[in-house]
Design a protein around this ligand. Structure first.
Ligand SMILES: [Zn+2]
Length: 325
């Protein structure tokens, strides 16, 4: 039993609204939570916020136990903190920071506008300026899960309501759903960045077994964006769903998404919706970064950590792929 009816309609509506906007959440990314009585209701791993009003995507965990995991107890998965013994959903891997933050309503999402600022030294300075009068903290990149939570804990103060997570996304929190929704709208309006390039339709047919991904074509068509996309991954979900960056199309390999230089980006007909969403997100992000902003991609060590690879073996595999390209 997931006791969906235990959760207020406005919380489910906000969760679904975030999940249905590709500029805020891509595929199963992002998570919302609500604290009530001694429980923390958190989105389950692998479910999608977009389904919040129609499917049971939330799992209750004991708040005290989850908060202890945030501070180092247990294994950090909060699986042992699940409060419903027949619930088969796993709490999000990001549950520990929801437990750490004391506000009753917490929304974490992979806002394209926040990512554009958070992947760039110039962008981080801009975000500091744009959010200066708000209760805000900037968090350097850590692997999602307890490493990130413990970095948030280092500078945690109760009044903070916005955490910009470098190379990752943003957290907005507050006393109730209405104020968190208003805060999200305010932050998004302040951080909004225009798309600098518009993709055009390729004049050739895609290779057999593939389809053009219209929203991502710009990554193949603009030289600077193509170099960036081939060169690495700016945030963790890209690595998790698509590997490092986007490769050049190679008919000999199985590739969920790939670049055909100067033409467009193709997605395999067998690519998952989450893989398509991540390829589109890369275009949404990179096409908004001003040309004079530097971009800090995730390091090879950070990518290896996300994929549970040995760092040295991962670097060798990456170098091999680049030499073959
Ligand atoms: Zn996240």
């Amino acid at each position: 039993m997931t006791r969906m009816d235990a959760l207020p309609a406005d919380f489910l509506r906000l969760s679904a609204r975030l999940g249905q906007d590709p500029l805020l959440v891509q595929g199963p990314g992002g998570n919302t939570s609500l604290k009530r009585d001694s429980l923390l209701w958190i989105k389950a791993s692998g479910t999608e916020l977009a389904d919040a009003e129609t499917q049971p995507i939330f799992v209750p965990v004991h708040l005290t136990k989850a908060r202890a995991e945030a501070h180092g107890a247990g294994d950090g998965t909060c699986l042992a903190a699940v409060a419903d013994p027949v619930n088969r959903l796993r709490p999000s891997i990001e549950t520990t920071f929801h437990a750490l933050i004391e506000w009753p309503v917490v929304a974490h999402f992979h806002s394209v506008a926040a990512i554009v600022h958070g992947i760039s030294p110039e962008g981080r300075r801009e975000a500091q300026r744009k959010l200066a009068d708000l209760p805000f903290d900037m968090i350097p990149y850590r692997k999602p899960g307890r490493p990130l939570t413990q970095r948030i804990a280092q500078t945690y103060q109760r009044p903070i309501q916005i955490w910009l997570l470098e190379n990752h996304g943003i957290i907005c929190a507050g006393p109730d759903v209405a104020s968190v929704e208003a805060l999200i709208d305010e932050v998004e309006a302040r951080l909004a960045m225009p798309m600098l390039f518009q993709p055009t339709a390729p004049a050739i047919d895609p290779p057999e077994g593939f389809a053009w991904l219209p929203e991502a074509n710009v990554l193949a068509q603009v030289d600077r964006l193509r170099a960036l996309a081939l060169g690495g991954s700016p945030y963790p979900d890209h690595v998790v769903f698509l590997g490092s960056g986007l490769p050049l199309f190679d008919p000999e390999r199985s590739q969920p998404a790939a670049i055909i230089a100067r033409k467009g980006v193709v997605a395999s007909l067998s690519a998952t919706p989450a893989q398509r969403a991540m390829a589109r997100c890369l275009a949404d992000v990179l096409s908004r970064v001003p040309p004079d902003w530097q971009i800090d991609m995730l390091s090879a060590e950070a990518e290896a950590e996300l994929l549970n690879w040995d760092a040295e073996k991962y670097r060798q595999a990456l170098a091999k792929r680049k030499a073959e390209a």
